[in-house]
Design a protein around this ligand. Structure first.
Ligand code: NAD
Length: 302
């Protein structure tokens, strides 16, 4: 599928995610042998959003495939916030549950911040609780949001040390842009966060050795915005009409065809960042299991 004119190396997130899941499975098996129980992930879904149902099903399947326990809780869309909070409290107290994930978005009658704040920070494998946000910002061990952590893993795999590199993160969401910037600072990059109010975005992007695009605008970043040889991580997942009538396709926030002519390396969409998110979630869950059980995890095992 990749154009033979492409100059950039293609960063294969699908293969990396598969390797990571295999390592998680090994660590999960060792954990079970030591702890006498499997690591467990509870996923809570409120309502019938079709995309969320697919995510939750995939998370459950991959959790089990890695030798961990999956607990799925599906609640109707009209569930009271108090009932959801009570479920989260029960999961907090359940010793079989190491990680808790409440699938977002929640129905509009619920306060997402309040629900996230109810999750025990040491079971918050999504890394969205303010305690984990604070731990990331101050360099303490905690849980880091899965998508940006997956991006850093791909970057380090491709580039080795990121120290001293100029990085531009486009997007400042709590889920991707802000934690991505924190992680790159921790890797000793010089980080610029660009967003919808940034002036002359192409000029800002042209300074970067590393570009992370997390915007949600199909093919916005063009090849002529890039410094030649830059490494481009495309977080965007946008569904757009395909050439064939009535069909759709997925594209990223980067115009792959023009960017691949200039970049040194680039993630494709699909098959780049996307597969990393669940793999990192499973990684975070098995790390949580070790912490909760007081079992040391070998440095660098995951
Ligand atoms: P968001 O809507 O919360 O944030 C988008 C950010 O882009 C905002 O901070 C905004 O300031 C910035 N922005 C908007 N228009 C801009 C413009 N014209 N120029 C510069 N910046 C602009 O989105 P999000 O949750 O961070 O997700 C971003 C993209 O990443 C989406 O396509 C989403 O589907 C995708 N995503 C993928 C994964 C995954 O791969 N697993 C996970 C999360 C999000």
């Amino acid at each position: 599928m990749v154009d033979t004119m492409t100059k950039a190396d293609i960063i294969d997130g699908k293969a990396f995610a598969q390797d990571l899941r295999a390592r998680v499975a090994e660590v999960a098996a060792d954990f079970e042998a030591m702890a006498g129980r499997k690591a467990g992930l509870a996923v809570v879904l409120v309502g019938e959003d079709p995309a969320s149902q697919v995510y939750v099903r995939n998370k459950g399947k991959q959790t089990v495939a890695c030798g961990m326990e999956s607990f799925e809780h599906k609640l109707p869309a009209d569930t009271n916030e108090a009932d959801l909070l009570a479920l989260v409290e029960r999961l907090n107290a359940d010793p079989a549950v190491d990680g808790i994930l409440v699938q977002l978005p929640l129905p509009s009658h619920m306060n997402e911040q309040k629900v996230i704040a109810t999750i025990d920070p040491d079971k918050d494998v999504d890394g969205f609780h303010v305690v984990n946000v604070g731990r990331l910002a101050t360099g303490l061990p905690g849980f880091v949001p899965c998508t940006p952590l997956g991006c850093v893993m791909l970057l380090k795999d491709k580039l080795g040390s990121l120290s001293g590199l100029d990085a531009v993160v486009i997007g400042r969401s709590n889920i991707v842009g802000k934690p991505m910037a924190q992680l790159l600072i921790a890797e000793s990059c010089t980080v610029t966060v660009a967003h919808s109010r940034t002036k002359d975005l192409p000029a800002v992007v042209r300074r970067a050795d590393i570009v992370v695009a997390a915007v949600g605008r199909p093919e916005m970043v063009k090849g002529d915005w890039l410094k030649p040889g830059a490494t481009v991580i495309d977080v965007g997942i946008n569904r757009v009409p395909a050439a064939e009538e009535g069909k759709t396709k997925l594209v990223g926030d980067v115009d792959f065809a023009s960017a691949a002519e200039v970049a040194g390396a680039i993630t494709p969409v699909p098959g780049g960042v996307g597969p990393m998110t669940i793999a990192v979630l499973l990684r975070n869950t098995v790390v949580a299991a070790h912490r909760n059980a007081g079992i040391a995890l070998e440095e660098g095992a995951l």
